[in-house]
Design a protein around this ligand. Structure first.
Ligand code: FES
Length: 124
């Protein structure tokens, strides 16, 4: 069986509001070799992508709740350059770059929350 014939189940929990935090869930079955962004699109989950996946913005950062080490391809050059080589600690990957190899669970923060928290941190 080739990589493209293997089907993977991708489960999303995604934030829909930040005060208070609320989330919804979605699940999709997708071909192995697809990116998390492609899975999200099929599941109807919005992931911010300012750079369109060039990659350069890191706005598509998501947390891999299950399957990071076994079912997502390791980060390569462009992603490592942007995110460092610490995904094993942060559990974060760029959704536009992370290649799905098996079943995974993904947490998608609301983009505005990330920006809001970032600006609060900068002011401290
Ligand atoms: S969409 Fe910009 S880095 Fe992924």
């Amino acid at each position: 069986m080739s990589l493209n014939q293997k089907k993977c189940v991708v489960s999303f929990e995604y934030e829909t509001s930040i005060e208070p935090v609320t989330t919804q869930n979605a699940t999709v079955e997708i071909d192995a070799g697809s990116t998390i962004v492609q899975a999200a699109y099929q599941a109807g989950v919005v992931i911010q992508q300012t750079c369109g996946g060039t990659p350069s913005c890191t706005d598509c950062k998501v947390k891999i709740v299950q399957g990071l080490n076994s079912n997502i391809a390791p980060p390569e050059g462009p992603e490592t350059r942007l995110m460092g080589n610490v995904s094993h600690m942060t559990l974060e990957r760029l959704a536009c770059q992370a290649i799905i190899l098996g079943d995974v669970s993904v947490y998608v923060p609301l983009y505005q929350r990330t920006k809001k928290q970032s600006s609060k941190l900068k002011r401290k």
